[in-house]
Write a protein that binds this ligand. Structure first.
Ligand code: M6R
Length: 615
C-alpha cells in the first residue's frame, strides 16, 4: 500500500519520479504528490487522484531542473484521500519533507505531545506526526538528519518505509524501513529509492533491498551508509543484481496488465516447473525440501497461512497434500491466525503463501509461528521480498512481475509449486504409488499446453460475458479441488467488476444459498468429469428447476451438462488434483470481460491495492 519514489543524482528528477510513481500505482492510487528542491526552496504539489492528475497539476507550474525529488502514490489509511492528506508531508518549519508507506500506530499520543510543544497539524495523517517528530528531535538535540530520523523512529510503534529530505541539506536523502519494503538503486553518481525496483529498471541493475529496521543515508557523490536503527551500528549492505527487465513490467500490446498476465500463464507455469520437474528422469528436485527432508517427512501437521487469492491456493494445497502426503493440513487466514494464540507443535510445518511477500498479516503470522518455534516455509513470487527473507526456507513461483491488482498467474504458479511439493513428498514418504507419481509428473508437464488451449476460447468467453454484464449478484459452485476455485472465481468477479459474488461448495447450496436463486441469478458451476461429476450434475438440475442462469465449466466433449447449462466453457481433461490449474483460467477471463464491459478499471479496481502492507 502506497508507493514511494525518490531520486538524487545528476538527471532531471521530476520525470524519473513521475514515471516511477506510474509503475507503483498498483500499490495505491487515491492521491499523489511530489516535492522537489529548486532555487534554494522546496516545491510540493499534491492532488487527489492518480499520477496522471498530478501531471496536469505540474503542467501548470514553471519547468525546473531539480535533480532531487520524492513522490508518493497513496492508499489512504489515516484521513480521506485529498490534497492535504496526500504525501509528501511537510514539517511545521517547512524544512523537512517526508513520504511514508505504513502506519504509525501510536501517532495519536505522539501528536498530543507535539501539540503540547506547539506543533500544529494540517492533515489527518500519521505521516505529518512523524515528520514533525523528526523535526522536534532535530530542534531539541541539534543533531544531523540521519541521527534525528533514527531517534524519532525509536519512539514509533508501527510500520514504515520512509524517505526524508531536509531543504538545508539538499544533497542528502534519508531512507528507513520497518515492515514495508524499500529498494535502493545505485546508478552512476545517482541514487533511487522506491517501494520496489521497477521505477529504476532502465537506469541501473544494482539494488540494495533495505533490511528491516535499517536506515540509509544517501549523499550526493558519496558511498551510501546503512545503519541499524536500534543501536546505530553501521553495516555493509548487500548489493544484488536485478533480474527483471523493462519488458516484464509493460503491457506488451494488451489492453490491461490483467489480460497480459492471464495469457502469460502457460509460460509462468513452465518457468515455475523449469529445473524442478525433470520428467524424462521422472524426478522432481526442490532443494528447499531436500535440505529439510527431516522437517517435512517428520511433520505431523501442515499449517498454511495466507490472505486472499493466496489463501485460496492454500485451500487447494489442503486437498492435494492430504491426498498425496497423507498429512493433516489446516489453512488459516493469516489475519486470524496472528490474533489467536495458535497451538503449534515442534513437528508442525507452517507454509506461508504470498505473491508479493509483503502482506502485513502474513508476515505477522510467520513471526508468531517462528516465536513458537515452528519451522516456516515460504512460497513467494517476489524475489528478495520480506517473506522470502524471514522464512526458514522456501520456493519461488517464478511467475514474473504481477502488476494487475487481481491475482491471476500468481495463483496458478502457487498451485504449481504446491503440486511439486505434494509430488516430491508423496514419493519420498511412499504415500503416492510409483505409477501414480509418474502419471502426475507427466500430466504436470503438459499443463502449460492445456492452459494454452483454454486461452484460445477467449473470444467465446467474451461473448458469454455480455449476457452477465448487468448482473447484480453471482454464485460460484464447485466441489473438492474445485471448491477453492469457486471461491477464487467469485473473488475475481467482485474485486474487478463490483458485482457481488459468493463461492460455495456445490453441496452447501441447499443449506441456504439456494433461496437466492431465481431467473436473475447467474450461477457458475465447475462440473468437470473427474471430481464428483454426477453429484454436481444433480446440483445443476436443482438450479435449473429454480430458473437460475447457468454457466458451466465442463470437460471437453461433455454432453450431459450441455443439455442443462445456458453456456458451457470447455477445458481439457485432467486429474482431479490438477483441475484447479485449468478450471481457474475461464473464470479469470469471464471476470475480466464482464469488468471491461461494465467499464471498470480492471488493473486498478476501486479501494484496492496490490500489496496490503498494513493491517
Ligand atoms: O501478495 P499476497 O499474495 O500476499 O496478497 C494477498 C492478497 O492481498 C491478494 O491475493 C488479493 O486477494 C488479490 N487482490 C486477489 O486478486
Amino acid at each position: 500500500m502506497c508507493g514511494i519514489v525518490a531520486y538524487l543524482g545528476n538527471k532531471a528528477a521530476e520525470p524519473i519520479v513521475i514515471n516511477g510513481l506510474k509503475r507503483l500505482e498498483y500499490r495505491g492510487y487515491d492521491s499523489t504528490g511530489i516535492a522537489y528542491f529548486d532555487d534554494q526552496s522546496m516545491h510540493t504539489h499534491k492532488t487527489k487522484g492518480k499520477v496522471s492528475d498530478l501531471e496536469e497539476v505540474l503542467a501548470q507550474h514553471p519547468k525546473h531542473h531539480s535533480t532531487v525529488a520524492m513522490g508518493h502514490t497513496r492508499w489512504a489509511t489515516h484521513g480521506v484521500p485529498n490534497n492535504v492528506n496526500a504525501h509528501p508531508q511537510t514539517s511545521n518549519s517547512g524544512n523537512l519533507v517526508i513520504v511514508h508507506n505504513g502506519i504509525i500506530e501510536n501517532y495519536a499520543s505522539l501528536k498530543k505531545e507535539l501539540q503540547h510543544r506547539g506543533f500544529q497539524f494540517q492533515s489527518d495523517t500519521d505521516t505529518e506526526v512523524l515528520v514533525n517528530l523528526i523535526e522536534d528531535v532535530q530542534q531539541q538535540k541539534g543533531i544531523k538528519l540521519g541521527k534525528a530520523v533514527q531517534v524519532a523512529l525509536s519512539q514509533v510503534i508501527g510500520a514504515y518505509a520512509i524517505v526524508v529530505f531536509d531543504r538545508r541539506k539538499p544533497n542528502e536523502l534519508v531512507a528507513a524501513r520497518l515492515g514495508s519494503p524499500l529498494a535502493i538503486g545505485l546508478g552512476e553518481e545517482e541514487f533511487f529509492v522506491a517501494s520496489d525496483a521497477t521505477p529504476f529498471l532502465e537506469y541501473t541493475k544494482n539494488v540494495i533491498y533495505l533490511e528491516e529496521e535499517h536506515l540509509a543515508i544517501i549523499r550526493r557523490g558519496k558511498k551510501i551508509k546503512v545503519h541499524k536503527i536500534k543501536d546505530d551500528s553501521q553495516i555493509t549492505p548487500y548489493i544484488e543484481e536485478l533480474q527483471m527487465s523493462l519488458e516484464n513490467i509493460q503491457k506488451g500490446g494488451y489492453d490491461h496488465f490483467m489480460l497480459k498476465e492471464i495469457f502469460e500463464q502457460p509460460k509462468a507455469i513452465q518457468d515455475t516447473l523449469r529445473g524442478r520437474l525433470l520428467s524424462n528422469e521422472g524426478v522432481i528436485t526442490l532443494s528447499s525440501l531436500r535440505e529439510h527432508d527431516n522437517r517435512f517427512l517428520g511433520a505431523k501437521r501442515i499449517i498454511i497461512v495466507a490472505c486472499g487469492t493466496s489463501w485460496h491456493a492454500g485451500l487447494v494445497a489442503e486437498y492435494l497434500f492430504e491426498e498425496f502426503i497423507r498429512i493433516p493440513v489446516e489453512v488459516e487466514y493469516a489475519s486470524e491466525f496472528r490474533y489467536r494464540d495458535p497451538i503449534l507443535y515442534p513437528d508442525d510445518v507452517v507454509i506461508a503463501i504470498s505473491q508479493s511477500g509483503e502482506t502485513a498479516d502474513t508476515i505477522a503470522a510467520i513471526n508468531i509461528a517462528k516465536e513458537k518455534g515452528a519451522f516456516v516455509y515460504g512460497i513467494c513470487n517476489v524475489v528478495g521480498s520480506t517473506i522470502s527473507r524471514i522464512t526458514d526456507t522456501g520456493c519461488y513461483t517464478h511467475a514474473g512481475p504481477e502488476i494487475g491488482v487481481a491475482s491471476t498467474k500468481a495463483f496458478t504458479t502457487q498451485i504449481t509449486v504446491i503440486a511439486l511439493i505434494g509430488l516430491y513428498l508423496g514419493k519420498a514418504k511412499g504415500t503416492l504409488s510409483r505409477s501414480a507419481y509418474q502419471a502426475y509428473v507427466t500430466e504436470l508437464e503438459n499443463i502449460p499446453q492445456k492452459v494454452e488451449r483454454i486461452l484460445t476460447s477467449q473470444a467465446f468467453i467474451e461473448t458469454v460475458a455480455q449476457s452477465f454484464e448487468a448482473a447484480q449478484n453471482c454464485i460460484y459452485l464447485g466441489r473438492g479441488y474445485n471448491f477453492p476455485v469457486a471461491l477464487e472465481g467469485a473473488l475475481k468477479l467482485k474485486e474487478i467488476s463490483y458485482i457481488h459474488a459468493e463461492g460455495y461448495p456445490a453441496a452447501e447450496m441447499k443449506h441456504g444459498p439456494i433461496a437466492l436463486i431465481d431467473k436473475e441469478m447467474p450461477v457458475v458451476v465447475i462440473a468437470t468429469k473427474k471430481g464428483h461429476y454426477e453429484k454436481v450434475v444433480s446440483n445443476i438440475q436443482e438450479i435449473k428447476s429454480r430458473e437460475g442462469r447457468i454457466i458451466a465449466i465442463v470437460s471437453e466433449g461433455d454432453t450431459q451438462v450441455k443439455e442443462l447449462a445456458d453456456y458451457c466453457l470447455e477445458i481439457p481433461e485432467s486429474s482431479e488434483a490438477f483441475a484447479p490449474l485449468l478450471t481457474t483460467i475461464p473464470l479469470q477471463l469471464l471476470s475480466y470481460y464482464i469488468a471491461v464491459q461494465r467499464g471498470c478499471n480492471v488493473d486498478q479496481p476501486r479501494n484496492l491495492a496490490k500489496s496490503v502492507t498494513v493491517e
